[in-house]
Structure formats: C-alpha cells, structure tokens
Design a protein around this ligand. Sequence first.
Ligand SMILES: Nc1nc2c(ncn2[C@@H]2O[C@H](COP(=O)(O)OP(=O)(O)OP(=O)(O)O)[C@@H](O)[C@H]2O)c(=O)[nH]1
Ligand SMILES: [Zn+2]
Ligand SMILES: [Zn+2]
Length: 415
Amino acid sequence: MTTVICPYCFARSSAAGLPYRCLMIAGGVRGSQPCGPERDDVWAEFMGPSIPPSARMRGPVFTRPRSPVSRLRPAANAGPAVCPGCGVTTTVRVCGSCHSDLPSDYCEQDSRIIALVGAKASGKSTYVAVLVNELNRRVGQAFDASLAAMGQGTQQRDKEMAQDLYERLRLPDATRPAALGFNDPLLYRLSLPRRGRLGTGSRHTTLVFFDAAGEDLAGADAVDRYTRYLSAADGIILLVDPLQLGSVRDRLPLGDGPPLPAVETPPQQIAADLATQLRAHGRGGSRGRVGTPIAVAVTKTDMLRPLLDPHSPLLNSATHDGGTLDEDDRLAVHEELRSHLADWDSGALYRQLERDFAELSLFGLSALGAPPPADAPADVPKSGPQPLRVEDPLLWLLARRGLLPVTNARKGPSR
Ligand SMILES: Nc1nc2c(ncn2[C@@H]2O[C@H](COP(=O)(O)OP(=O)(O)OP(=O)(O)O)[C@@H](O)[C@H]2O)c(=O)[nH]1
Ligand SMILES: [Zn+2]
Ligand SMILES: [Zn+2]
C-alpha cells in the first residue's frame, strides 16, 4: 500500500483513499451540465483568513465509492475517477484533511519528508537550488538517479532560482525578496535504480523539502505548522553557517571576501529548540534523545579554506564510485568537523547535538565553491556555482532509509 503524506498539512493516508476534485468541465457522457463551483470550507479554513470569499468556490470534492473490485485490487483506486455530479473523469487528488490539491504524480509513490532547518542567511535557498542542479547532473549520473520537480509551484521556483544562480549569476535574496525563504514545500520525484533478485527497475520516492527558519522555532507561531512538519520528517538537514561562530569570525583573514553576515540566532540554540519541538511531538526516544536522523551541515566551507589543512576531505566532493555511498568518506568528514568544532566553539554545538539526537552526522558543504566577489557581494562568483559536497547530507539520509547502497572499505559492499 502506498502511503502519502500531504506536503501541506502533513496528514498521512493511503493513496487509494484520497478524495478527488471535479474539474468542472463539460463533456459528461450523460449529457448533463458541468458541475458548478462549491464552497470548500475545509480548504479555506486550512489556508486561513487571507483567502477571499470568491476563491473559496472550487470544484466539488468527492470520494470514489468503494466497490468489491477496489477492495480486492487496491490499484483500481489509483487511477482517474468519474465525478458523481457530472459524469466527467478527473485525475486531481486532494488531501482528505486539508483539501489541498496534490500534484498529479504525487500519489504514485511513498513520500519522504526532508526538513531543512537553518538560521536566517545560513544559505538555505542557495543550497537547495544547487543541490537540485547537482542531483540532476553529476550526482544523478553517479547513482543513475533522476529528480523531477512536481507541481507548478516547485517547477516555477526551480526555474527562477536556476536562472538567477546559473545564468544571471545573482544570489537569491539580492534579486527577489520573496525568494528569501520558501513557505510552500518543494516537491520532487526521485527515481533510483532498484537492484533486486527480481531484476532491475526504478524505485520512486517523493521528496518534500520544507524550509523552517531556525529563529522561528522557539516562537509560539511555530508550534503548529513547523512541528507537524518536523514530526512527519524522515530526516532533518540542519544548516549551520560557520560565519556565525565567534572564533571563526575572529580567525578569518580580513578584507579577502565579502563582509561578514550579521550575527543571527546561534546554531546551538536552534538545535536545542528543534529537539524540544520534536520531543513535544513524541519523537523523543531512548534516554530522551530524538530518534529522527539529523544531518548537521556546516555551509559556506569555501570561506574556511584558510583554516583547513590542504589535505582536508572538505576540499573535494566524494566521487561516489560504483553508485554507492562511501561510509569511510562520510566518517572522515564527520571527524574532521568534530575536531574543528571542538576548536571553534569548544565543542558546545556538538555536545548539545549529542545530548539531543540519537542519530547524528556532521557534514561540510559549499553551494558556491568560492565566496561571492568582495566588490559584488550579491553576485555568484564569476565562474558560476562550483559546489562542494552539497549532496552528502541528503544521500546519507536516503541511505539511512535503505534507499541507497553503502560501501565500507573495511567490510566491503553492503546494503
Ligand atoms: N561563501 C559562501 N557564501 C554563501 C554560500 N551560499 C550562500 N552564501 C551567502 O549567504 C547568503 C544567504 O544565502 P541564502 O541562500 O539566501 O540563505 P537563506 O538561509 O535562504 O536566507 P534567508 O531566506 O534570508 O533565511 C548569500 O547571500 C551569500 O552571501 C556559499 O556556498 N558560500
Ligand atoms: Zn493536507
Ligand atoms: Zn463534477
């Protein structure tokens, strides 16, 4: 049975049980009138008071009547359904809880929610745009994977972000204030090869990225939407801006790059708030630690070059030979960052994380590969984004869920 998690309200349900929305078009075989719009109070209530009364009128929502065939063959519930009002077929599925329309191919595979959390200006928008690009190119090639944006919202946003970053060489917030964060989830269909005894094929997973501004986690407003989202998450990527750590700021040579960003909520505080929210929603496990895997990714590692050893694993992306994830490589990165953090903030962030999270790994990445030019801090470096290790946190989370093969130099390949 395919389980679908609504990317808007995070209600979980079986794909087969999702209601449909009538498209209100003519052409019913019964020659009847097309359906007219009806007030969708469920949806309007979910969307809040900003929805004008006229927009509340939408295509009628209906559920497919249960038939003996559908009970025996659940797949019979997946395709289009005929509207009982007008007799016209529709493929539009809606969430049973909030009545949000789901993209057409959203319900065909299980969903995995990846929560992205980071303080203001930690690099969330740039990171996601570059990650999507890498998954469709270098990383996609290595793993024989592909990623497709689902739904108009995500497709439009991806297009605009790619134009800004790769063509106009502009950083996101400099061009469009509205792009500072994404309040709507980004939806993708990830296809990975399935190599099993029953032959080869593709395995599809819906990936939902949802951006939670770290500084909002402690506020009362966050309690509702963020926590439902965080507690539905299969994995969390916490972005940590190293330029927020006092001792890193002090040690960087002056005058080389763009001005340092303003000081925001400390990463340690965000991690603590995150754990509090998750525990309050039943994700606390053994010894009070949260069970959701968390990938803690230090961003903007290009700025850290002067503080890194020339042989640091952070300076090159992993090669992903044979389409597998190299566990030794991950551990080398984790250990390197752990020792740097011990130096940069006396290990305070790491101790906090270890106290709060049972499954934790440190990552280091740079979306741009080099600092923005000192004289044009709103621009991408002239050579365009040259990302370093942007894929590592997501690949680790996917591997934790058994979606990617892992190799370990000591033990050899394993799944
Ligand atoms: N050196 C360096 N700077 C980066 C990198 N990625 C982002 N930045 C800088 O960080 C700033 C913020 O990046 P965004 O991607 O807008 O960060 P955000 O977390 O989405 O920001 P908000 O939406 O305002 O919370 C950018 O304007 C860049 O100056 C990177 O890979 N390297
Ligand atoms: Zn919903
Ligand atoms: Zn109808």
